[in-house]
Structure formats: C-alpha cells, structure tokens
Write a protein that binds this ligand. Sequence first.
Ligand code: GDP
Length: 431
Amino acid sequence: MSTLVVVGVQWGDEGKGKIVHLLGHQADWVVRYQGGNNAGHTVIFDNKHFVLHLIPSGILQPGTQCLIGNGVVVDPEALHEEVRFLEKRNVHVRGRLHVSDAAHVILAYHRYLDCLREDRAGGGKIGTTRRGIGPAYSDKVGRNGIRIADYLNPSVFRPLLERNLREKAPLLKRFGSLSKIRRDVLKSYPALKRFLQPLVTDGPHLVYRAMEKRKKILFESAQGTMLDVDFGTYPYVTSSNPVAGGVCIGSGLAPNRLDEVLGVVKAYTTRVGEGPFPTELKDSLGEALRRRGMEYGATTGRPRRCGWFDAVAVRSAVRINGCQWLALTKLDVLEGTHPLRIAVAYRVGNKRLKEFPNDRQMQAEAEPVYEEMPGFHGSIRGMKRYAQLPANARAYVRRLEQLVGAPFAMISLGRSREETIILDSKFPWKP
Ligand code: GDP
C-alpha cells in the first residue's frame, strides 16, 4: 500500500501531529492538502517541542520529503518564519520542502479583511485565527486569487495586486490608505520571492511521479471533519475541505490511488472557536479536561471548549472519510473520570436523531442522549500493551469502536511517540 490519509474526525486538535510523526518515518513524502497557517500541529521530537503551522510535520523526519499542495493557502511571510524557526533548531529544510505553484497566497490585505469580518460580526463571529485564510479562499473561489506562480512573476503579480487593491479599497480604509496597504503587501516582496523560488514545483506532477515510483505518500489534514466547509457545522467551519476527499482536490492525487484512511480521534471532544458543540461541558469537569489535556490552541493559545465523546459526530465523520482505521488519542486524560459518558444520539424537540443533522438550528438545539460507563483509575501512561489497560478502559475503547464503526489501530496515552499502544490489526502502516 502506498498512500495513506491521516484525517481528523472531530473538530480538529485530535493529536494528528503526533500520529503523523509516528507514521511519517515510513513515508517518502508527507503532503499537506488544505488549510493555511491557522493550523497548529504539536510534535514532541528529541525532547524538543515543535508547533508546525504550515509545513507538514514530516519535515521532522530527516529522510522525508514534504509538499505543501495546491489546496493550501500560503502566507509567504509565515512560511519564511516557519522555515527559519526549524532551521534554528537544526531541522534541515532546504531541498526537502516543496510548494505547489498552484497554491494561493495570503497577502496583508487578506489578514486585514479577516480581522474586519470578525470584528464586525458581533455575535455571528466564526472564531477565526485572523490570519487571512478565509479571505484568501474567498478570493480563490471568486477567481480573484493570486497563485504562487503569479506571485513569482512580477508582470502577472503587479496588475493582479492592483485590481484586488482597487476592488477591496472601500473595505480596507480602516487600515490606512491604499498606498500604505500596497506598501504592506510589497514590504518584503523581493526577499520573499527569492526565498520561495527554489521551493516551488508542479505539485500534482510531483505527486504523480512519486506514485509512479511506488513511493509511500502520507497526506496530512489540518483541522477536522466537523470543521469541513461542506460537511462540518457550517458556517462555523474552516474554509477548506479537511475530509479525505479533499486530498484529490488539494494535491492532485487521482481518487483511485487513495489506499488507506486513518481517522484520528480524541477519547473526548474539544472544539475551539464558536459554533455548535452538543456534548460541551460548561462545568468543572470541562475545566478539568482542559487542564489535564492542556487544551489550549497551538496557534492562538485560546482555551478549547471540552466535552464528552460524541459518537454521532464521529460516526458520520468515519463514513464521510471512509476511515478503515482509527487512532485514539488522549485516553490518559480520562484517568480518574467517573462515570464516562458517550453521546449515542441527539434529542431535538421530540425527535431522536441518530445522524448528525445538517440543519444549523437542529445542530444548535441538539441535546445529547448519553450512555454511561464506569471510569478507570490509576495511571495508564506507560502501558505498552492493550491487555495492560484497566478493564474499564478497554470496555470504553471497545464501545467507542462499536459505536463509530471502525477499528482502532493504535491508542495514544501521552505526548511522546513511546506512549502509544499499537493494536494487533491489519493496518499496513504499522509504526
Ligand atoms: P493536531 O492539530 O491534531 O495535531 O492537535 P494539536 O497538536 O493541536 O493537539 C494535540 C495536543 O495533544 C498536543 O499538545 C499533543 O502533544 C498532545 N497529545 C497528542 N496525543 C496525546 C495523548 O495521547 N495524550 C496526551 N496527554 N497528549 C497528547
């Protein structure tokens, strides 16, 4: 088997960074296919703490090549900063990082527009990271976007920039005159262009060539399925398609070349930003999960909202992604929590729903129907084998599997790669 998608099946922050890092050493290529520097993957490597926003976490594996696919929106300044951050920590990036020339760029005005939209939205805020990702995707779909190939060619870039500035001028007034905004965009243009040039490649062609050579390719999602612009809790979603189907659009991989899909899922639920979250715990237990799980955004430091495992949402995500396998993370955070609850359905008015609704009012009103299980006590962190887990922890894991409809290939019990139980399964990318 040569291609694997690692996808979040909740609202993001499932611990994908650790899982990609765990599996990435077998990959010849690690590819990001959507999102921007709003993502934040935390990886503990060589006892150092890395937070990667844009660069695939495969970059921490010395033998692995990395591609930022055409489906990603790239802020050249942010990418430059991230490369410098890695190089300062002796991670060799040059010659290993490639960026698709069809990816769109985020420019200063996208960041301004993001802030404007969030500030004006009042109660209707999405809770974005204000890094310009949404406005850059809007320009892409609105056919006003600027791709990396355009950015690198001044005779194409300058007229496109002028057209965009003129069009957005009325909205951008608050941030200064048009010439000030133009200066903001062009401030580091020559240096950024020099930096980007050697990284840029024909992404789909590169993926195709890697496939032809039977290389192993791992596709890494950012955010999660419940934040997908089509399948998530719209409009409280990200502007791209984290789902496995997004791989083909965001990298150029042909759909019939996708072999394995591994969903990453936390043993409870978190969500950052606004929007429906049926199993949210607004009490001291929610706070305890946040504290124990260190649930603060890797990109913004914002506290994450915490709640019980939502089997309705995860089951729907497992189906949409076609997950043949799951990786369960953060089971250790539930140590000492008793009882454990799992949402198995929702109640909306007098209806009982077994499927996640698309209707935003239903999503907001959904009351979880819980099943209760006994909790487990004592530390499970150093455990290496499934059989060592307390019986109640094993029962919880098995019940989750049954409810969501896919088997666990591994269970993560801590932040480092050693703190992982590999289950006896046919998962072909064994760590
Ligand atoms: P991602 O965006 O899906 O990669 O998730 P984040 O990196 O934002 O959040 C996951 C956080 O949980 C990181 O700080 C990880 O180091 C940490 N983490 C991952 N797996 C485990 C685990 O099994 N147990 C604990 N306690 N922490 C974990």
